[in-house]
Every structure is written in structure tokens, then in C-alpha cells.
Design a binder for this molecule. Structure first.
Ligand SMILES: Cc1cc2nc3c(=O)[nH]c(=O)nc-3n(C[C@H](O)[C@H](O)[C@H](O)COP(=O)(O)O)c2cc1C
Length: 173
């Protein structure tokens, strides 16, 4: 049996719902998906958290994130779990500007990924992974990155716990 940890980054607070409506989330989309996965397959759960707080106003925040991406800024993180005892990492994040959020880049660059299996999952407004897997492959040299990552629509997954659980179980096989 694999030693599994589900690691995710997710932003609570303002987000865009279908119809370009701004809504306030108590828990981010990816956080909910991560909890479904953990429930389905067991193991540990870890949330990537930045030291900084992103601007609350969503329409401003998305440009704050764009600037980070364009300038290659690595936001400082609150902590890094010891991954020595794990061989399988479910790694979840929202699609930001068609790739990984920079806090996830900060996280991934911290570790040696040799002999680890990464099973990625993403929530998005529709672009799925975008080029995040390509970028992950560059950062996580040596990792075995699963080809059967999970792409979930942010606003839909509250009704798709079953789909997410089934995907997680299948991805482990
Ligand atoms: C800074 C930023 C950039 C985004 N860029 C994209 C994008 O390029 N394509 C897309 O489909 N969704 C994009 N989204 C929407 C998010 O991927 C989607 O709402 C996701 O489910 C948010 O997850 P979270 O609630 O866990 O943070 C973006 C959201 C943010 C905040």
C-alpha cells in the first residue's frame, strides 16, 4: 500500500461563479476537492499556505497573481511538510493564468522529487490543466507524474463528490 499525502493550494474568499458573478467562498474549490480525495483514499492532508495575503478584491487579485507569474516571484510559504515517508502525492491547485499558481511553484521547488509519484488534480473555470503539467515536469525532475490527472470545474464539484472519489481511486491503480 502506498504512503499517500494529498497536498493542495486553494484560495478562499472572492471568486468568479458562472455568469461572471463574484461570490464569497468559505472554502476554495480545490480545498473541497482535496477533502473528497482524502476521504476516498485515506492518507494525510496538507494545505500550502502563503505568508502573504492576496488582495481580497478578486478583480484586483487576479492581476496581482499575473504580475507574480510574469516576474517569476516565488511567494514565501508558511511551512513545508516532511515528505520523506510518502511515495505518492496527490497534488491539487487551481489553474491560474493557464498554469500553476506561483505558491505551488514555491512549494514544488523546495523538494527533491526523485522516487516520488505525483498525481495532479486541478480546478478551473474551464481550461483544466492548461500548461501546468508541462511546467510541473520541468520543476519536479525525477518524479513520476501520472498521466491520468484529474480536471474538475471549480463551480461544479460540489455536486460531483462521487466523480472525484472515483477518479482518485482509479488514479491510484
Ligand atoms: C489568478 C487567477 C487566475 C485564473 N486563471 C484561470 C485560467 O487561466 N483558466 C481557467 O479556466 N480558470 C482560471 N481561474 C479560475 C480558477 O482556476 C477556478 O476558479 C478555481 O476553481 C479556483 O480554485 P480555488 O477556489 O481552489 O482557489 C483563475 C483564477 C484566479 C484566481
Amino acid at each position: 500500500m502506498a504512503n499517500i499525502i494529498t497536498i493542495y493550494y486553494s484560495l478562499k474568499g472572492q471568486t468568479i461563479a458562472p455568469g461572471m458573478k463574484i461570490v464569497n467562498l468559505e472554502k476554495g474549490h480545490t480545498a473541497v476537492a482535496a477533502e473528497f480525495i482524502r476521504k476516498a483514499i485515506g492518507g494525510d492532508l496538507f494545505e500550502i499556505k502563503t505568508v502573504k495575503t492576496y488582495i481580497e478584491d478578486h478583480m484586483k487579485m487576479i492581476f496581482e497573481a499575473k504580475e507574480e507569474l510574469e516576474k517569476g516571484i516565488r511567494p514565501e510559504l508558511k511551512d513545508y511538510p516532511n515528505l520523506d515517508g510518502y511515495d505518492t502525492v496527490f497534488l491539487g491547485f487551481p489553474n491560474w493564468w493557464n498554469t500553476l499558481p506561483m505558491p505551488v511553484v514555491s512549494f514544488l521547488e523546495h523538494y527533491d522529487w526523485h522516487r516520488k509519484r505525483i498525481i495532479p488534480f486541478v480546478t478551473s473555470g474551464g481550461s483544466g490543466f492548461g500548461k501546468s503539467i508541462e511546467d510541473m515536469k520541468t520543476i519536479c525532475a525525477g518524479a513520476e507524474i501520472s498521466e491520468s490527472g484529474g480536471e474538475f470545474l471549480g463551480h461544479q464539484f460540489e455536486t460531483s463528490q462521487e466523480e472525484i472519489s472515483a477518479w482518485a481511486k482509479a488514479a491510484l491503480e
